[in-house]
Design a protein around this ligand. Structure first.
Ligand code: MOS
Length: 743
């Protein structure tokens, strides 16, 4: 940490609880008298509800209520929607969509009735009895057919960008123009989305949520019901994966809260796997074009990156699809254009590596295509265009060790075995290929508060409201506290994921280790100073030593020679202190504007392609992260491996297929929507550069969640090209695309 030693790997602090069932997820909380809510959804993609027969459902056993746009209880805060493209809030974006708000149907899968019964089975049965008739209107759900209807989002960030000459690539001696597409991908954590709401008093509510931010959910519910925030208690200590889908409070969560209040019972709602495709967002179908020009010597002359993505008719969803192209390479002429097309679809949302994962597929595939045209090694081509400083903002990077990352990854995968001639390596029935790509994502430091309490039994408690959605945040926070105070790991307890705890942002955007970790670091440093003062008091054991030379280790404070020591426990006892407590807010300073802060990754894969079947296997994967100092190497490695698993799905199998005649997904279940399973994922080698970033935060740590995925799909596509000579530019790379494609 402050010194330059790498941190040791430690076990996941909640590992035992997770594998023994001790960890409780929102749907597992047992409340007396709980009722269950099941959602009935629209079959059509656009139109109005002509009739909604709820009589039979209302009469079914155990049914407590059937709520429709005619009977939905009012939500006081929904009268005045917030403005702007807010990531949170009731319901979103200042636009008109309110669940059960009118007879309008805006997308297939839109909730049209909520059925509440005294058991889940009774609610499920009654839901089948609700019958709707519609007045259909013509819908538009196909992005490809509607690509000419793209509009540039109003937010400054998404304005067309030009550096040098727009489309300057065209004047280069070697040029490339290619289209890349990604389909709809859906976050499919094991844990389904939903909420459990319990009004404990008329104006007090307890919410067990599936949320990436308890404080965000608290705000959203407080706004929706015009409550004081302190009357809304949100708990999400454990979450079975989010990947972006739980970064906002969805309208159905607010609706359940409204209905629970109305019927006077706690209500649990868990949506179905099918509903996960339309009720909690997805990565949007995106069409991209890259134009690239280079000199014969392999120096980039220009890149033009155009992207068109889908959004809903009722909300503008935007993401940084073309962001990476602006700064990734040293290139004089850059132009980017980003447009969105409103369709009769549910709204997309962020999904791991939002924007950049999509953009990197196009940019890093194009880099590989250009390297091939130039007869250059893809790493060499990237090195010839390496950006030493940020060419977009014209300022230094806070840290960038991408050259070292290329080298380490190349060594680990055996890049020297790669033949530059595609299709030239065969082992039995399989063609072998190697590919690589880079990824990057903003690394920032936000604002958070943390509390730390050391007590005279030698224990340390650390607290923050942040939710651990799975990457091991609890472990990382315990590691940081241990690194600052030297208190043994097993004596450190942590409390996370509850709105009563000190303020922390959403777990998202790869910022939590930086943001909340810094708060834990700072509050533990304050405790350390207070303990040092006690140790240095005139009659105390270390009196006369220098404060800045004290060593905290194993629950003791030592002088610099370790010849004198005092136990923290004894210090507290000697001062009649049962405990010593600090709460502290922490945020970045001017350095956040003086430097461009990004994490970088490099992914290398070896693939095996069977030319007879078109089957692609990722047979080796190496991911290298340049994420500053690694706080918790073991959980960090797990996070990188998870990124590879997601990346293999993105590259080879994941696609939500819509039948545009109906605007409905045909593979809306986990049997037909293929996420990568263990058998698809080879041994993954993770490598960390593990050099502290000197500016970003006191640990020198940058984020990692997004870069674990960003770029990976391009590495696979590049390896498939190297194996076969076939370039697939539309994900996923399914066998049909390889079999149907001429070399
Ligand atoms: Mo992530 S898409 O910020 O959960």
């Amino acid at each position: 940490m402050e010194n330059n030693t790498k941190n040791p790997p430690i076990d996941r602090v909640d590992g035992r609880m997770k594998v023994t069932g001790g960890a409780k997820y929102f749907a597992e909380f047992e409340l007396p008298n709980v009722a269950h809510c099941v959602v009935v959804t629209a079959d059509i993609a656009k139109g109005t509800i002509a009739g909604l027969d709820t009589k039979k459902a209302e009469g079914a056993s155990g049914v407590l209520g059937v709520f429709t746009h005619l009977t939905m209880p009012s939500v006081p805060g929904w009268d005045a929607p917030p403005s702007g493209n807010a990531p949170t809030g009731p319901p979103s974006g200042g636009q008109k969509y309110r669940i059960l708000g009118s007879d309008q149907v805006l997308f297939a899968g839109q909730p049209i009735a909520l059925v509440v019964a005294d058991s889940l089975e009774r609610a499920q049965y009654a839901a089948t009895l609700v019958k709707a008739t519609y007045k259909k209107q013509t819908h538009r759900t196909d992005l490809t057919k509607n690509r000419d209807k793209g509009v540039t989002p109003t937010n400054e960030r998404f304005k067309d960008y030009t550096r040098g000459e727009a489309d300057g690539y065209k004047s280069a001696p070697i040029t490339l123009e290619a289209d890349y597409t990604i389909p709809v991908e859906v976050h499919h954590p094991m844990e389904l989305h939903g909420v459990l709401v319990h009004w404990t008093e008329a104006d007090k509510v307890m919410v067990y949520a599936k949320t990436q931010g308890v404080k965000t959910t608290q705000k959203a519910i407080a706004q929706a019901f015009k409550l004081d925030e302190k009357n809304v208690h949100v708990h999400t200590e454990f979450m079975g994966g989010g990947f972006g889908m739980a970064l906002r409070t969805w309208p159905q969560e607010i609706a359940v809260a409204a209905i629970a209040k109305k019927i006077g019972r706690p209500i649990k709602m868990v949506i179905t796997r099918n509903q996960m495709f339309t009720m909690v967002g997805y990565r949007p179908n995106t069409l991209q074009t890259i134009g690239m020009g280079a000199t014969n010597e392999g120096k980039l002359v220009g890149i033009a990156h155009n992207a068109i993505a889908e959004t809903a008719s009722y909300e503008d969803f935007t993401e940084g699809t073309v962001s990476m192209t602006k700064f990734m390479y040293d290139c004089p002429n850059i132009s980017t254009r980003y447009k969105i097309v409103p369709l009769d679809r549910s709204v997309p949302i962020w999904m791991r590596g939002p924007g950049e994962a999509t953009g990197a597929f196009a940019l890093e595939s194009a880099m590989d295509e250009m390297a091939h045209k130039l007869k250059l090694d893809p790493i060499e081509f990237r090195l010839r265009n390496y950006a030493e400083t940020d060419p977009e903002r014209n300022r230094p990077f806070s840290s960038k060790n991408l050259k070292e990352a290329y080298q380490k990854g190349a060594d680990a995968i055996g890049w020297a075995n790669r033949k530059s001639e595609p299709g030239s390596v065969r082992e039995g029935n399989w063609l072998i290929g190697y590919g690589m790509s880079s990824g990057t994502f903003n690394a920032s430091r936000g604002q958070a508060t943390a509390r730390a309490v050391v007590s005279n039994d030698g224990k340390l408690l650390i607290q923050s409201a942040v939710t651990d959605i799975g990457p091991g945040t609890g472990t990382a926070m315990v590691a940081i506290a241990h690194q600052v105070l030297g208190i043994p790991l097993k004596q450190i307890n942590y409390e996370l994921g509850d709105s009563l705890l000190p303020n922390a942002p959403n777990q998202g955007g790869s910022t939590i280790t930086s943001t909340v970790g810094s708060a834990i670091h700072d509050v533990c440093s304050s405790l350390k100073n207070a303990l040092a003062e006690l140790a240095l008091k005139p009659d105390a054991p270390l009196s006369g030593s220098r404060q800045d030379e004290l060593v905290f280790d194993g629950g003791f404070v030592y002088d610099n020679t370790r010849s004198k020591k005092v136990a923290i426990v004894d210090l507290l006892k000697a001062n009649n202190m049962p405990l010593l407590e600090k709460t502290q807010e922490s945020k970045g300073g001017a350095e956040q504007q003086q430097y461009s802060m990004y994490s970088f990754s490099v992914h290398f894969v070896q693939v095996r392609v069977n030319p007879a079947t078109g089957s692609v296997r990722v047979s080796k994967a190496v991911s290298v992260a340049d994420s500053g100092r690694i706080v918790s190497p073991k959980t960090a490695a797990s996070q990188m491996i998870g990124g590879v698993a997601g990346g293999i799905g993105m590259a080879l199998t994941e696609e939500a297929v819509m039948d545009h005649r109906f605007g409905r997904f045909v593979n809306n279940n986990l049997a037909d929507y293929h996420v990568a399973v263990s058998a698809d994922v080879p041994h993954v080698e993770t490598i960390f550069i593990d050099k502290p970033d000197p500016y970003i935060n006191p640990m020198g740590s940058k984020g990692m969640g997004e870069i674990a995925l960003i770029g990976f799909a391009a590495a696979v596509a590049n390896a498939v090209f190297n194996a076969t000579g076939k370039r697939v530019r539309d994900l996923p790379i399914t066998p049909d695309k390889l079999l149907n494609k001429a070399v």
